[in-house]
Design a protein around this ligand. Sequence first.
Ligand code: G4P
Length: 529
Amino acid sequence: MSDLKHEIERRRTFAIISHPDAGKTTLTEKFLLYGGAIALAGSVKGKKTAKHAVSDWMEIEKQRGISVTSSVMQFNYEGFCINILDTPGHQDFSEDTYRTLMAADSAVMVIDASKGVENQTRKLFKVCLLRDIPIFTFINKMDREARDPFELMEEIENELGIQTYPVNWPIGCGREFKGVYDRNKKEIISFTANGGQREVEKVELNINDDRLEQLIGKDKRQILVDDIELLDGASYDFDMDAVRHGKLSPVFFGSALTNFGVEPFLEDFLKMTTSPLPRHSDQGEIDPFDPAFSAFVFKIQANMNKAHRDRIAFMRICSGKFEKGMEVTHIQGGGKKIKLSQPQQLMAQDREIIDQAYAGDIIGVFDPGIFSIGDTLCAPGKKFQFEGIPTFAPEHFARVSQKDTLKRKQFVKGTTQIAQEGAIQMFQEPNKGMEEVIVGVVGALQFDVLEYRLNNEYNVEIRMESLPFQYIRWIENKEIDLKSLNLSSDTKIVQDFKGNYLLLFTDIWNIKWAVERNPDLVLSEFGRE
Ligand code: G4P
């Protein structure tokens, strides 16, 4: 097998999604421990940093020049080369969190067993659905009191609209957690909590083994036998094709903190996922094994350090091989040839300059201000464009204006630039000038970033008035007469800078109102590029 084929085939690129505190960092850490990428639990820094106050966060950004919370981590495990894409979830939840999912080939959804499906998981899940990528569920914290597993399955199916296939099944929970039954191997992996230490003892036993009763007790054994019978009869069959298309989610129960069920999960997950798949472009599918390099930019990280206004553009390699210093064509840059300098990759918590990378990998390159989100880069001679990245609905809105009207030029330049980088979205009320804009953001921290950057980079002080809107919808049918729309009094019509019309709503009921009273109105939750 050629080197290129071998390297691409062993790649697995996935994102981990969850609601804060479900255990994403803990699970990631355990993966890295298995891969030998870190030596000690507690060394993944993202989470602790994200919990800092805003001012501290700015300081950290300034010192490092790059967000420490938005890392891509690469490690090797049993011959696989794994890229984990972190989806920042605390205060730093932003549009970038969604965009990161565009670069992944599959997703691992971590759910807290006592809480079930939570808000942020729901939002991130919707974006995974857009792309039909496989979704694997890890139900975490079984060593604590948990909800009934059948109820959890039902909630995932009803709330997220995906079928589930439990690969293993829990035996009790909390203090009474005895382990899991592996439905494929038909054996028990026993959990023995040992004084809070982070290691567990494993006993592998067949469900019919007489010793099982000693291990988990008579009652638990009966419950397990009944549960499995019910599952075998009533749950969906395992169908790999449905998994690959994001229709059926394999579900695993475990406890990341105590390291229980993590390695079996990783092993099964790696078997069920695929190496990088072809990506859509305006010239059809691009085969990852095509030796000609291609990639798209999914995220741009501005440097918070005023002395270095450079930015890092993160790109997902979609085909071929990348080599340091190689010349590529920047399609959206008018087909200009550019050299990708200072290619970087994030290995656990450290950044490293790399010499080569393959389809499936993520690299960050120095960006002198030429890239935009969604841009395609190809090997010279190729001229195709990857499908764009949608615009995701902001959830916080504010009216922003400059304090000093003489600074109008800087204000317009600054806000436009920051919006182009994809950090904020800007809207205008029809027939209003640029002295005042409505800014929408996915995560409220972006407002602080906007204020900080306008002040520091453009020397503009701003006034920000928070607006009560929470939802936005793009009006899909452009021919509709806006004046004739029947809307609730607190719904606002705005326009983005590409000329699209949108509606801002204060609550979900007003969206219903708009849809019910305007049968011709077509609304969308995602904006087209
Ligand atoms: P996140 O990245 O999804 O936000 O979650 P994170 O891993 O930081 O976990 C959130 C909290 O839940 C942490 O506790 C962590 O130790 C705990 N946790 C994670 N997995 C498990 C598990 O399987 N069982 C139990 N019992 N707890 C788990 P913390 O007190 O907030 O932080 P720390 O001081 O322990 O780091």
